[in-house]
Design a protein around this ligand. Structure first.
Ligand SMILES: Nc1ncnc2c1ncn2[C@@H]1O[C@H](COP(=O)(O)OP(=O)(O)O)[C@@H](O)[C@H]1O
Ligand SMILES: CC(=O)OP(=O)(O)O
Ligand SMILES: [Mg+2]
Length: 397
């Protein structure tokens, strides 16, 4: 059975074609910098890599390019889309509807659409991925896996906002949390690396990508997480502002004469690294500019590290301790200096990283200093594998 997995982030599409008999990856690729200058597709088949540089304006163009590349006579890995037996998709917001993966039907699509205003950078792209596959791979059943599912275990005291209670009852306004598939996967991998039972551990998982969130995973369950009703709360991100005084929102709307939609656009698309630096949403561009002496780029990096550090401290407090901290996703796996900055001044918690061990990108590695009380790891996330397993299971039923 061959499963195609589509993982659309806000600026990327990651995909894998997996042979589920032995979970071997037949092809693996990444469309990155969607809508940003320098967009490209990178694909690896049997250890051989190639790149297509093209203007990829949006996720629809990206999805079509993925399917054309997989079936390409030269570069592809299958001769026809019929060889794909099922497709699994990441969907970011499941609202209160879904606490596990499901097979796609009209009702599921309708509910994904309904939750779109709560994940405006993601759900529309996720749904479009489903629709492109319906058209181009019509025979394959499709499954969706939700970012929100793992966080359903968060206790009430952590998921409620201190607003009038009716807003929860009437509109389901509460913390949902995102990147759940990734937080769950890396927490499990951390326990394996430590040779411990996850039930006995307090783990802080830092998923730092274009979208970024931190989770407190206590005894194998999500206990709290930094994203909220939408993927806007919490850390500063590529183009998202993260935490701010809610009173700043109506204040700015009044000053700038902005509608709710326009303000939403400012906070989701024009803030974060991009807004503070005025340069780019991509940490690589910001690091380069900071090295050349750009002060706002340096400020953006400092703000990001500081905020991650504050969340680590607060989740250690929330769980009454921490056994391990793990870094994952684009920034977490690759930005060496950023991991060092985040972990600076956390020694009071027993968190100290080793400069030599930390000199690593995209690999599973323990990076804490010898003898440090808290183990720190970098672990590449693999949302695709989790989605493929769920897809196989549901399609087989
Ligand atoms: N080598 C690198 N060094 C620093 N940052 C990197 C590196 N590679 C990727 N990144 C950062 O990771 C981000 C993408 O992370 P990713 O987890 O793929 O995000 P998403 O899934 O939200 O699209 C990029 O925007 C960039 O900021
Ligand atoms: C939920 C979210 O922010 O996802 P991503 O990091 O893929 O943008
Ligand atoms: Mg992602």
């Amino acid at each position: 059975m061959k499963v195609l997995v589509i993982n659309s982030g806000s600026s990327s599409i990651k995909y894998q074609l997996i042979n589920m008999e032995n979970e071997s990856v037949l092809a693996k690729g990444l469309v990155e910098r969607i809508g940003i200058e320098g967009s490209r597709l990178e694909q690896e088949v049997a250890g051989e890599e190639f790149e297509i540089e093209e203007e990829i304006a949006d996720h629809e163009v990206g999805m079509e390019l993925v399917i054309n590349t997989l079936t390409d006579d030269d570069k592809g890995v299958i001769s026809d889309v019929d060889e794909i037996n099922a497709v699994g998709h990441r969907v970011v917001h499941g609202g209160e509807y879904f606490d596990s993966s499901v097979i796609v039907d009209e009702d599921v699509k309708e509910k994904i659409k309904e939750s779109s205003n709560l994940a405006p950078l993601h759900n529309p792209a996720n749904l479009m991925g489903v629709e492109v596959c319906e058209e181009l791979i019509p025979e394959a059943p499709q499954v969706v896996t939700f970012d929100t599912a793992f966080h359903q275990s968060i206790p009430e005291q952590a998921y409620m906002y201190a607003l009038p209670y009716e807003y929860y009852e009437d509109y389901s306004v509460r913390r949902y949390g995102f990147h759940g598939t990734s937080h769950k996967f890396v927490a499990q991998r951390t326990a394996e690396e430590m040779g411990e039972d996850i039930e006995d551990l307090k783990i802080i998982t830092c998923h730092l990508g274009n979208g970024a969130s931190v989770a407190a995973v206590k005894n194998g369950k999500s206990y709290d997480t930094s994203m909220g009703l939408t993927p806007l709360e919490g850390l500063m991100m590529g183009t998202r502002c993260g935490d701010l005084d809610p009173a700043a929102v109506p204040f700015i709307m009044e000053k700038e004469d902005l509608s709710p939609q326009e303000m939403d656009e400012v906070m989701n698309n024009k803030s974060g690294f991009l807004g503070v630096s005025g340069i780019s949403s991509d940490t690589r561009d910001i690091e380069e500019a900071a090295e050349e002496g750009n002060e706002r780029a340096q400020l953006a990096l400092d703000m990001f590290a500081y905020r991650v550090r504050k969340y680590i401290g607060s989740y250690a407090a929330a769980m009454n301790g921490v056994d391990a901290v793990v870094f994952t996703a684009g920034i977490g796996e690759n930005a060496i200096a950023m991991r060092e900055d985040i972990c600076a001044d956390l020694d009071y918690l027993g968190i100290e990283i080793d400069e030599d061990k930390n000199d690593v990108r995209g690999e599973t590695q323990e990076i804490s200093s010898d003898g440090a009380e808290v183990k720190v790891f970098t672990i590449p996330t693999n949302e695709e594998l989790v989605i493929a397993r769920d897809t196989k299971e549901l399609v087989a039923e």
